[in-house]
Design a protein around this ligand. Structure first.
Ligand code: KIV
Length: 266
C-alpha cells in the first residue's frame, strides 16, 4: 500500500477516481480502517459528539485534537492524516490560527488541517497554507456554527445561499486549500461546486457528484445512535454486536462457563 499524500488526493480528481475518507479517533480503529487502503483519515471534531459525549463540537479543544491525532497516527498504515481545528482555535487572530495549526502538525503528527467557514476566514486559511500546512475547507452545514444555524439543517437551499457557497468555495481555493468538505447541501449545488473547482470536493450528505465521500465512522458502523442523519448509510451493526457479546460474557461469567480450561494457565 503506497502512502497517500495531498498530491494523491489532487491527482484523484484529475484522473476521475473517487476519494475515500472516514473519520477516526483512535489507534485500533486507525489500524482497521487504514488496512483497507482508504485515502484519508479525518480526526474530526465530531470527536466531541461520538467519543466525548458532548451535545455538539463546540467544547472540543486543541489538546483533545492533538491527543487523538497521536493515537490515530500510531495505527495509520498510510492514509493522509487530516485533523480538524476546533471551534475558536483559528477564528480570532491569524497568529492564533497558525500557532494552533502548527501544534496539531508538530505535536499531533497531522499532515493537514481542516477549518470551517468561507470568506470570513480567508486570511487565516492563507496564513496557515503559507506556513506550509495543507488546509482542507468545510462549507455548507458547518457544525461549529450550530448556534447560528439554529440546529442541524440542510444549507444552500435558496439561490442566494447557493451563490454565496460557490463564492466561498472559489475564494477558499484561491487562498490555498487543497480540498473542501461539502456538508448537507443539495446534490445539484454540490455538483456545480465540484465542476467549478480544480481541487476536489468531499461530500457528506451532499449527493453523488462530489469527487469523494466522508462519513463519521461511528455512524456508518452503527455505534453512535444518539442521532443519525438521513444521509448516513449503516454498513454494519457493531453497536448491537457489542451489546450481544457483552451480554453473553456476563451470562457465562455468572453461570461459571467462563473461563474454561483452555483459558486457564497450567
Ligand atoms: O468533524 C467531523 O467529523 C467532520 C466530518 C463530519 C466531515 O467534519
Amino acid at each position: 500500500m503506497s502512502k497517500k499524500t495531498v498530491l494523491t488526493i489532487l491527482e484523484k480528481k484529475h484522473i476521475g477516481e473517487k476519494i475515500t475518507m472516514l473519520t477516526c479517533y483512535d489507534y485500533v480503529t486507525a489500524k482497521l480502517i487504514s488496512s483497507q487502503d482508504i485515502d484519508a483519515l479525518l480526526v474530526g471534531d465530531t470527536l466531541g459528539n461520538v467519543k466525548l459525549g458532548y451535545e455538539n463540537t463546540l467544547s472540543v479543544t486543541v489538546d483533545n485534537m492533538i491527543y487523538h491525532t497521536k493515537s490515530v497516527k500510531r495505527g495509520n498504515a498510510g492514509a493522509l492524516l487530516i485533523t480538524d481545528m476546533p471551534f475558536m482555535s483559528y477564528e480570532i487572530t491569524v497568529e492564533d490560527a497558525v500557532r494552533n495549526a502548527a501544534r496539531i502538525v508538530k505535536e499531533g503528527g497531522a499532515e493537514a488541517v481542516k477549518v470551517e467557514g468561507g470568506i470570513e476566514i480567508l486570511d487565516k486559511v492563507k496564513a496557515i497554507s503559507d506556513a506550509k500546512v495543507p488546509v482542507v475547507g468545510h462549507l455548507g452545514l458547518t457544525p461549529q456554527a450550530i448556534n447560528k444555524f439554529g440546529g442541524f439543517k440542510v444549507q444552500g437551499r435558496t439561490e442566494e445561499a447557493g451563490e454565496k457557497l460557490i463564492a466561498d468555495a472559489e475564494a477558499l481555493e484561491k487562498a490555498g486549500i487543497f480540498a473542501v468538505v461539502l456538508e448537507a447541501i443539495p446534490g445539484q449545488l454540490a455538483k456545480e461546486v465540484t465542476e467549478r473547482l480544480k481541487i476536489p470536493t468531499i461530500g457528506i450528505g451532499s449527493g453523488r457528484y462530489c469527487d469523494g465521500q466522508v462519513l463519521v465512522i461511528d455512524d456508518m458502523l452503527g455505534m453512535f445512535t444518539d442521532f443519525t442523519p438521513k444521509f448516513v448509510k449503516k454498513y454494519a451493526d457493531v453497536g448491537n454486536t457489542i451489546k450481544t457479546a457483552v451480554k453473553n460474557y456476563i451470562d457465562e461469567v455468572k453461570e461459571g462457563q467462563f473461563p474454561r480450561e483452555e483459558n486457564t494457565y497450567k
